[in-house]
Ligand binder design. Structure first.
Ligand SMILES: Nc1ncnc2c1ncn2[C@@H]1O[C@H](COP(=O)(O)OP(=O)(O)OP(=O)(O)O)[C@@H](O)[C@H]1O
Ligand SMILES: [Mg+2]
Length: 254
């Protein structure tokens, strides 16, 4: 069975793309078959994984009837395929105006991938709660919410939880919360710890055990077209993503 996970948080720059790319790579390293779907017009994940800007992908999936499998591209991480995002996604709402049930189009289109037997599909989303993010929440069974521990962002998380509840009520009753992931954790500062404590106080066990530490290598890796597991396989933060992958896997047997 394929587990589909949407990585979402409408706050910009809270490590969604970093989490999606490196968790995908960590799952692939464990020999799972993984697909990353980039629903963000910024297409940062696609660029990180080396896709050319004109690579066909999500826009074509939404606006044409072309076979989904033909839109997948390989990445330089073995076992990790990509369905690329592109700048054209910025105008997708206009392109789909007047069409029916567009919130669930991704979900319906992905059904055709069953025969490819992906173990995990990870969806990177834009920092908005627009149509593409709604599609991610409808296609997913689980939501992973990265939270940067640089700045207090609890109000944004509360807003996202509200959207999560609304989607669950109306469009996708099987949706569950995989968890909140503290990112950019700086163990030298009191501030990081205070934010994690506040998160745990408010959201309890919904906060994952995994922590992604602050590491400048993560900011460098995209320009080399490599996940952190390839770029700095022995770094502490590569270990953080491996630990996250193990926690995500163990979550599935709960
Ligand atoms: N653990 C980390 N250590 C150091 N830098 C990090 C870490 N995680 C993310 N960053 C940096 O923070 C910035 C934002 O990260 P990222 O692009 O993953 O966020 P995002 O939520 O996808 O942003 P957007 O909302 O624009 O899509 C990037 O420059 C990234 O390199
Ligand atoms: Mg991003």
């Amino acid at each position: 069975m394929t587990i589909t996970i949407a990585v979402a948080n409408q706050k910009g720059g809270c490590a969604k793309t970093t989490t999606t790319v490196n968790l995908a790579a960590a799952l692939a390293e464990l020999k799972y078959k993984v697909l990353l779907i980039d629903l963000d017009p910024q297409a940062n994940a696609s660029q990180w994984l080396g896709a050319a800007t004109d690579t066909p992908g999500v826009f074509d999936l939404f606006t044409t009837k072309v076979a989904v499998a033909s839109l997948l591209v390989d990445t330089n991480t073995e076992g990790l395929s990509l369905l690329a995002g592109s700048r054209s996604l910025a105008s997708i709402e206009k392109a789909l105006a007047g069409e029916l049930a567009v919130e669930t189009r991704l979900k319906r289109r992905l059904a055709a991938l069953e025969s490819l037997a992906f173990d995990y599909v990870l969806i990177d989303t834009a920092p908005t709660l627009g149509l593409m993010t709604l599609n991610a929440l409808c296609a997913a069974q689980q939501v992973l919410i990265p939270v940067t521990t640089h700045v207090m962002t609890l109000s944004g998380v509360a807003q996202l939880m509200q959207t999560f509840d609304d989607v669950k009520d109306v469009l996708n009753p099987q949706l569950s919360l995989l968890g909140l992931l503290p990112c950019r954790v700086d163990q030298r500062t009191r501030h990081s710890k205070d934010i994690i404590d506040a998160l745990i106080e408010k959201f309890g066990e919904q906060v994952l055990v995994a922590r992604i530490r602050e590491n400048i290598r993560l900011a460098e890796a995209p320009s080399f077209g490599k996940s952190i597991l390839q770029y700095q396989p022995n770094s502490s933060v590569a270990e953080d993503f491996r630990a996250l992958a193990r926690e995500v896997i163990s979550h599935q047997s709960r």
